[in-house]
Design a protein. Structure first.
Length: 258
């Protein structure tokens, strides 16, 4: 039997394989992460509730630490939400933790930063085990040069050149707290932490960093492209398969139950 009170807000941390979905945000007649979460909530609670996300990932993008919230009249404990929603969700989406928060908590506006990772398989041969989860680049990449370019990204800048479209956004200024490339064997990882991101900002950044690492773009040209503040100049956009939303940070850690 489901128990109800007047109002609760639940936060979930969600992991998903984005290959089968047209992004996080609900779209008519297309599979999305939001639609699957709302369907599972409806099956569990009997309520039709909208799910809000800290970051709206694009089609094909994965997540390890997407944070979402929804309102509910249910007083089921967070641990029960984790287990029961995972029962109803498809195998490529999983709730990793849940907590009850104050009703004033805003999963998007209260976030202080987001962390993304992009994985590049820098190998002359493809990997069936990594297929769909990395971007394969056969040519050897100069990781040191890519990291020198990353230094230009850190701090508060106008990142218009790294955006594909703006939509209703009024400002293209963002603060990047960390940007770097590491490599272990054939796997290179680009990590970026910022207060928020422009549409396709990470994938466009990866696109030009690959050109830097391949010797096609020098550091001076990288800096000129960045300072030009011209929409889409930093492309080409890297494919979504290598991109992961890793973590969303808040002023206080979420007290998750698993």
């Amino acid at each position: 039997m489901k128990l109800f009170n007047s109002f609760n807000k639940i936060v979930l941390v969600v992991e998903y394989d984005g290959r089968r979905y047209h992004g996080f945000q609900w779209q008519a007649k297309l599979p999305t992460i939001q639609a699957e979460l709302e369907r599972a909530i409806r099956k569990l609670t009997g309520e039709r509730r909208r799910v809000a996300a800290a970051s709206r990932t694009d089609a094909g993008v994965h997540a390890r630490g997407q944070v979402v919230s929804f309102r509910t009249g249910s007083v089921l404990p967070p641990r029960t939400f984790v287990r029961a929603l995972n029962y109803y969700l498809p195998r490529d989406i999983a709730v990793k933790g849940a907590c009850r928060v104050d009703v004033t908590f805003n999963v998007r506006r209260d976030a202080v930063s987001r962390e993304y990772d992009y994985y590049i398989l820098n190998s002359s041969s493809r990997s069936p085990l990594h297929e769909g989860f990395v971007y394969t680049i056969p040519k050897e990449l100069n990781i040191e040069m890519m990291n020198q370019a990353c230094k230009f990204l850190e701090g508060e800048h106008d990142f218009a050149s790294f955006a594909t479209s703006l939509g209703k956004l009024k400002s293209t200024v963002r603060t990047v707290y960390e940007a770097n490339v590491t490599r272990e064997d054939d796997l290179a990882t680009f990590h970026m932490t910022a207060n928020s991101f422009l549409p396709h900002q990470v994938r466009n950044t990866v696109g030009i960093l690959i050109r830097v690492g391949s010797g096609k773009v020098g550091l001076d040209e990288f800096q000129r492209i960045m300072e030009a503040k011209t929409l889409g100049l930093a492309g080409p956009t890297a494919p979504p398969c290598g991109l992961y939303l890793t973590k969303v940070n808040y002023p206080s850690d979420l007290e998750l139950e698993t």
